[in-house]
Write a protein that binds this ligand. Structure first.
Ligand code: BDP
Length: 592
């Protein structure tokens, strides 16, 4: 799905700002049918949960309603008019005045509707958006709703991060011509020093298509006609980790000789290859350094914020990180574009976290149930999961920063039914994108002896907590066990391994001269221990610490004010480990 952009034939209006807001129990059964009767206003983009001082809103389970009026620019009379939501977490429904124009399931991917027939250029309309935050056994991610003694509804789920919901990303009104470019797929390769840029264009009824590739100075370096082809770029400048270079592909749709639409996208020319236990970018072995992250900050929850975007990437650069994983869901498109522009390597993850009933402490009715069964994670869940993969690939396929698809985090890959569940999803991902390797993120207790799916993937990502959840405070035992297990994976699968999570909760300002969990010293020693082991295992091709920053978690006794495994606090202050990581990663970076 194309990101809305301005062009000589397209205009874009941001609908971000303050919208009227209410939870469903506070308004009529059809809140779209008239002005929303509420005194509350919510910021868009932002999760709504922490905006108000009201537990009934923060913990609400079900629909909430957003509303605003929108004026269609008067010059759009002969254009198609679209409404585009970058995300509605986890389900959205959109009304233009009284008419439903689109609904969408899946909290982290965009959706849009052609609303031309429902609006008038120059006129105003009432835009009402319903957003639902419910997670069930057939949603991605999954969860469970229970009814409490007093008849209330409570949401539980199998991941630790808080279930922030609402309109956490931008909403747009945009115009495009009736005959237009509707999709573009770009793939890149190298032939000696010549870059090959394959393109494939879909249009709504164009007679013909022209494409041209400009370099960063705007000079045209290649042109072609036709809906698909390969552009050759002599002496190509590569998109490299840490040294991005972007070309721009301009696609024109024509009716007869007339250019009726034009759309441009950034293109980074680079190759990715998995060879033996190596992960190669542009033919050179690449070692991932960086973090598993979250979209998370105070007050805005998962709301996208460009100030945090810039600052977080500055901190990643300061610490010497070259990559991150979009744990545990697709991030805002602004984040992906920033990574493209700044040469940051991304493991792009689908929102399939918590497909593991053993991890949730039996939340499905408090009993130990199998993860994969008709009553739990089932065929319908897999269909939702497949759709989440389709939408992620459709959204992110053209980002040079994305080098690896992760289709799930910590599933019960040791349980019966895991292979039947995942094999079709791996195949689907490969069909949708034959150019990128596919991975999954393996959970600690499904080790190389018990895992049933690892051989399906090109790269194996491992989350390990020796020294934290196991052998807490005993880094010597932890080191032995970690090394023994990694040698086991290396021996059995002989493919690249990435340590995608290792971390220790750390309270900033808490210190000890001993190996005391939660101290800043312990976090540093814990990470050092992992690094010693990583350096002894050739198949380890990367390390991403859990987590970049402290983040908010669901209510419960297991966390005090959230997950504290951040190397930075939630307000992005470094803990001692940040300085140690900086020494290691900047040394690795400088040696490149
Ligand atoms: C892993 C999960 C991650 C958690 C982390 C932790 O992948 O989402 O936050 O553990 O417990 O199981 O800190």
């Amino acid at each position: 799905m194309l990101k809305p952009r301005t062009s000589p034939t397209r205009e874009l209006v941001s609908l971000d700002g303050l919208w009227k807001f209410a939870i469903d129990t506070a308004v009529s059964d059809s809140p779209w049918s008239g002005p929303l009767s509420t005194s509350l206003e919510a910021a868009v983009p932002a999760s709504y949960n922490d905006l108000f001082a009201d537990a009934a809103i923060r913990d609400h389970v079900g629909w909430v309603w957003y509303q605003r009026t929108v004026r269609v620019p008067r010059g759009w009379a002969s254009e198609r008019v679209f409404i585009r939501l970058d995300a509605a977490t986890h389900e959205g429904v959109v009304y233009v005045d009284g008419t439903k124009v689109v609904e969408h399931v899946g909290g982290y991917t965009p959706f849009e509707a052609d609303i031309t027939d429902a609006v008038t250029a120059g006129g105003e309309f009432r835009l009402t958006v319903g957003v639902n935050n419910e997670l069930t056994n057939v949603t991605i991610p999954p969860g469970q709703i229970t009814v409490t003694d007093d008849g209330g509804r409570k949401q539980d789920y199998l991941h630790d991060f808080f279930n922030y919901a609402g309109l956490a990303r931008s909403v747009w009104l945009y115009s495009a011509p009736a005959v237009r470019v509707s999709d573009v797929t770009v793939t890149t390769d190298l032939d000696g020093s010549t870059g090959l840029v394959g393109y494939d264009v879909e249009t709504t009824g164009a007679d013909s298509v022209r494409v041209s590739l400009q370099d960063a100075d705007g000079e045209i370096v290649a042109t072609s006609t036709g809906v698909a082809g390969v552009l050759r770029v002599d002496d190509v400048r590569l998109w490299q980790p840490g040294a991005a270079y972007l070309y721009s592909l301009t696609v024109q749709a024509l009716t007869g000789d007339e250019i009726v639409d034009e759309y441009s996208i950034p293109v980074g020319v680079r190759t990715i290859e998995v060879r033996g236990t190596e992960f190669l970018i542009n033919g050179a072995p690449f070692y991932f350094t960086g973090f598993g992250r979250h979209e998370d900050s105070a007050i805005r929850g998962k709301g996208h914020d460009n100030a945090y975007l810039v600052h977080d990437f500055q901190l990643m650069d300061w610490i010497g990180a070259n990559s991150f994983r979009t744990s545990h869901y697709p991030y805002a498109e602004e984040v992906m574009e920033f990574a493209d522009r700044h040469g940051i390597v991304v493991i792009d993850e689908v929102g399939a976290v918590g497909l593991n009933l053993a991890m949730g402490g039996g939340i499905f009715g408090g009993q130990a149930l199998p993860t994969f069964s008709p009553e739990t994670i089932n065929d319908r869940t897999r269909e939702t999961h497949a759709q989440a993969i389709r939408e992620l690939v459709a959204r992110d396929k053209n980002h040079p920063s994305v080098v690896l698809w992760s289709i799930t985090n910590e599933p019960a890959s040791n349980e019966e039914g895991a292979r039947e569940y995942f094999e079709p999803l791996v195949n689907l991902t490969r069909e949708l994108d034959p150019t990128r390797p596919v991975t999954f993120v393996n959970v600690m207790f499904s080790n190389h002896e018990h895992d049933r799916i690892a051989d399906l993937f090109d790269v194996i990502c491992l989350n390990r907590y020796y020294g934290w959840y196991v052998d807490s405070g005993d880094l010597k035992s932890a080191e032995r066990k970690l090394e023994a297990e990694l040698l086991g994976w290396q021996e059995k699968f002989a493919r690249p391994l990435i340590m995608t999570e290792y971390g220790a909760d750390t309270v900033a300002g808490y210190h000890s001269i001993y190996d005391v969990p939660f101290t800043e010293e312990y976090q540093t020693s814990f990470l050092d221990m992992y690094h010693r082991v990583h350096d002894r295992i050739p198949a380890i091709v990367g390390e991403q610490v859990w987590n970049f920053a402290d983040f908010q978690t669901k209510n419960g006794f297991a966390r005090v004010d959230g997950n504290k495994k951040g190397v930075f606090t939630r307000d992005r202050k470094p803990k001692a480990a940040a300085h140690a990581l900086r020494t290691r990663w900047t040394t690795l970076r400088d040696a490149d």
